[in-house]
Design a protein around this ligand. Structure first.
Ligand code: AMP
Ligand code: MG
Length: 323
């Protein structure tokens, strides 16, 4: 990836305006939340989300949390529910993430949800994060602002130590209140489910809901869609490293070639990552086997190939399950 100068900004109005403009335009900006510094990218722009993975050097795609400034902003993206309401009223802004079914016309890049039809959303409690999100006026995907495999950053200096030259800016507003990760509650299935324990205690959530949370048991079969973190895989059989169609296959291409859809005609792995899930969904909709061109094993090509290997694995092998 191209090195860039990482600008250090503060929490002033002028600086947050600049940070918001950068995010709106698809640049990456790290900012403080009450948990850790997040690496923000505009969730509506596939290239920005691909940039998050590239900057972190993540070798695989997993769904990201969309950060928004208000409950109303969340309701624009997901199907709201009678259970979401008391939780949002009690814990937003704050370290609670809700997983809900995506609404039609949501506009969120498929790379944010890693192809799932549910979205994890949260209104962070850190005042600077919220002011920034209000100014961006778009959902911001923001995993922790550290290179993959390194510890989560709780100061802007940690962020710079890992990501200087890989992101457009960092908003420095002092150390995070070394919190826990956000608690994640799944509300896309029949019963509310604890998907990840975190900053808001389970008992508090159950009190606000007036009912118990189903505990996620790793040994449970994947029954309820949206409840477990299962990874998206196409229904159609998938064949990898294909250069031409065979039989009635549709061909997903990469680089200059004759195909049905092309992840990146110029052979850019970041562009290919941005298009990956949307294009798989589109081809899957044609009800024919999917052949996929070889993707080079560099940069985001590693994460793409990791996902494609799972998509192509025999369905009873267990390789397609959550990772
Ligand atoms: P982090 O950004 O590090 O706080 O991690 C985000 C967490 O949210 C990961 O554990 C994801 O697996 C989880 N997550 C994000 N989206 C979904 C979703 N649609 N369904 C279930 N879990 C999700
Ligand atoms: Mg992390």
């Amino acid at each position: 990836m191209k090195p860039e100068r990482t600008v250090s900004l503060g929490p002033s109005e002028a600086d947050l305006d600049q940070a918001a403009a950068l995010l709106r335009d698809g640049h990456l900006v790290a900012f403080p939340t009450e948990t850790v510094y997040g690496l923000g990218g505009n969730a509506l722009l596939g290239n920005a989300v691909a940039g998050i993975y590239a900057a972190k050097g993540r070798p695989s795609f997993n769904p990201l949390i969309a950060h928004v400034s208000s409950k109303e902003a969340a309701q624009d993206l997901v199907h709201w529910s009678g259970l979401a309401e008391p939780l949002a009223d009690a814990f937003w802004p704050g370290p609670l993430t809700l997983v809900l079914p995506l609404k039609e016309g949501h506009g969120v890049s498929g790379l944010v949800t890693a192809g799932l039809d549910t979205l994890a959303v949260r209104v962070p409690g850190h005042p600077t994060a919220r002011r920034l999100l209000e100014k961006v006026a778009a959902p911001v995907a923001a995993p922790s602002a550290n290179p993959s495999g390194r510890i989560s950053p709780t100061t802007a200096a940690h962020v710079m130590a890992g990501l200087d030259g890989r992101i457009a800016a960092v908003v420095d507003d002092g150390p995070c209140a070394v919190g826990l990760e956000s608690t994640i509650v799944g509300l896309a299935g029949p019963d509310p489910m604890l998907l990840r324990p975190g900053g808001v205690a389970t008992e508090e959530i159950e009190a606000a809901l007036g009912m118990p949370l189903v505990q996620r048991n790793a040994a449970d079969p994947l029954t309820a869609p949206g409840q477990m973190l299962s990874h998206y895989a196409p229904d159609a059989p998938v064949r990898l490293n294909a250069s031409i169609r065979s039989g009635d296959e549709v061909l997903l291409g990469f680089g200059a070639m004759d195909c049905d859809l092309n992840l990146s005609p110029t052979g850019d792995v970041t562009e290919a990552a941005a298009n990956l899930f949307e294009f798989l969904h589109r081809l899957d909709g044609r009800g024919r086997p999917i052949a996929i061109a070889p993707i080079p094993q560099h940069g985001l090509g590693l994460a793409i190939n990791d996902r494609l290997r799972r998509a192509a694995a025999p369905r009873d092998s267990g390789v397609t399950g959550a990772s």
